[in-house]
Design a protein around this ligand. Structure first.
Ligand code: AMP
Ligand code: MG
Length: 499
């Protein structure tokens, strides 16, 4: 392994880059530079994450960090590149996409040996900007920082956020906004769309090169598989099943599951229009552009499945080149994916419902809870905490969450009966449920209020919310306002993509 070591101002300011992608994936990127920000200022910096990655923390000095993480000063050891990809956007193939407002700085290796991409978002145009300005608003960068850190704290695989730095320049989105650069961290930025691009433009040899690179990077145990592209397909199918099951258990709506926003690593990526459910409804859509509900909450497993077929389409020639007969294995693997997903989802729901043992009727019990919740204005997150509390305080605490106080009564009786079929006292079971059901998530009304204050120059509410959602499971004094659902009569919440 060739490592680049650079020493900067202090001994703590060492960036340990080892940029395998630009060495091994020729043709998949354009070497590029960030626009130099004129007057960078650090707004948020994730010291905990920096320490985990072995990156220089605040000891390097805010101005030094802000200079690096805004494009003003080259990051020592980085080899910036814009990655190319394609993608199915709302079902339609776009053959030519790429990092239009993002820029890969390179890869850093954490002290435990794990490798991560560092990437700018909002650092200016690239060869793939297609008429966009390549910039991000401060509000969009802060929202991604908050949401990705909240999702990470919930134990969901995700890209992380290292920093938000304002550039000192304006960004125009129907009106002027502060411009900012988000630095995000990912296991990699390889997407299903990267494979679609290789298959559409470069052919089998490029797909094989990419598949081998992705396996080495994300699933190294599979590099000895007899059919490596097939092994990759199965690994991604599994990672996506696990990921989407976790989203569904937590009431997370990604909002724009185009194939260019689906990672090979199985991490959540692209926090544009995402949001957590307030009241549960399977048809919930937040995104302003998702007019037909393609990416509605309840659609997410089916869309993930559809996206995996696009990955299979990109890999199929490479799979067949190893062994023609393996295309049948790929077909069966995808055909059976819904069962794989359901097994992950059921495991999530068993934990949420305090079921230690596996019983045949558990799937129906879990599904019927959601059926009974349709139409109830119950805060999704709060409802599951109420289920836990009901073990000690009875049905009344659930009823308090509902529009129709009796809506869950028949289901509650069934659940109670089911619980008597396995050992365990109420307090222990409740503690287990509370460890699976968060108390503090980035609820929409809280996020909006915090971002509005940040836009007006007051970061305190955002930092308070970040603190709450960064330790989401155990109740803490003083955080009562963060555990309540949206006030009744709140306006319909809408999210936007290209902000
Ligand atoms: P997203 O909706 O964030 O997944 O973006 C879809 C595509 O549009 C990606 O290829 C982005 O790089 C590109 N894109 C989004 N916003 C901009 C922008 N402001 N400037 C240039 N490209 C953009
Ligand atoms: Mg995207």
């Amino acid at each position: 392994m060739r490592c680049r070591w650079r020493r900067s101002l202090t001994d703590t300011a060492v960036w340990r880059f080892d940029n395998t992608l630009v060495r091994q994936l020729d043709g998949f990127f354009a070497p590029w530079q960030a626009d130099p920000a004129k007057a960078p200022r650090m707004v948020l910096f994730n010291d905990t994450l920096a320490a985990q990655l072995g990156l220089p923390g605040r000891a390097a000095g805010d101005d030094t960090l802000a200079g690096w993480l805004s494009g003003r000063d080259p990051v020592p050891g980085s080899e910036p590149a814009a990655l190319v990809y394609a993608g199915h956007q709302f079902g339609h193939f776009n053959p030519q996409m790429g990092d239009g407002r993002a820029l890969l700085l390179g890869e850093v290796v954490a002290s435990d040996g794990a490798r991560f991409d560092l990437q700018f978002k909002g650092s200016g145009t690239t060869p793939y900007s297609r008429g966009g300005d390549g910039k991000s608003t401060l509000a969009a960068a802060l929202r991604e920082y908050l949401m990705s850190e909240a999702v990470a704290a919930l134990g969901v695989p995700t890209t992380r956020s290292l920093a938000v730095v304002t550039t000192g320049e304006g960004v125009w989105r129907e009106e002027p906004h502060h411009g900012a650069v988000l630095t995000r961290v990912a296991a990699s930025h390889l997407r299903i769309g990267t494979f679609e691009w290789a298959a559409a433009h470069k052919g089998r040899a490029a797909v094989e090169l990419l598949a081998d690179y992705a396996l080495q990077r994300h699933y190294p145990a599979l590099t000895g598989a007899a059919n490596r592209p097939l092994a990759l397909l199965e690994a991604v199918a599994d990672a996506q099943a696990r990921l989407v099951a976790r989203w569904m258990a937590l009431g997370f709506v990604h909002g724009v599951m185009n194939t260019d926003n689906v990672t090979i690593s199985g991490e959540t990526i692209d926090y544009g229009p995402c949001a957590f459910l307030d009241a549960y409804t399977a048809a919930q859509v937040f995104s302003s552009i998702d007019h037909h509900g393609r990416y509605a909450f309840g659609q997410q497993p089916a869309v993930a499945h559809w996206n995996l077929y696009r990955l299979a389409g990109a890999l199929i020639e490479a799979i067949a080149a190893v062994d023609e007969g393996d295309t049948e294995a790929a077909r069966v693997l995808l055909e059976k994916w819904p069962q794989r997903y359901e097994a992950y989802w059921l495991a999530e729901l068993r934990a949420k419902l305090g079921l230690g043992d596996a019983r045949e009727d558990d799937f129906a019990l879990a599904q019927d809870l959601f059926a009974a919740l349709e139409g109830q204005q119950a805060d999704f997150t709060g409802l599951f905490r109420a289920l836990g509390a009901s073990l000690e305080h009875g049905y009344g605490v659930i009823a308090d969450e509902l529009t129709d106080r009796d809506a869950l009564r028949p289901w509650f009786e069934r659940w109670q009966t089911r619980l008597t079929e396995e050992p365990g006292d109420a307090a222990t079971r409740r503690a287990a449920m509370d460890a699976a059901n968060p108390l503090y998530v980035a609820r929409n009304h809280l996020t909006d209020a915090a971002l509005a204050a940040a836009g007006a120059g007051d970061l305190v509410p955002l930092e308070a919310l970040l603190d709450a959602v960064s330790r989401p499971f155990a109740r803490r004094d003083g955080l009562e306002q963060f555990e309540r659902g949206a006030p009744t009569g709140s306006p319909r919440f809408v999210t936007y993509c290209g902000t």
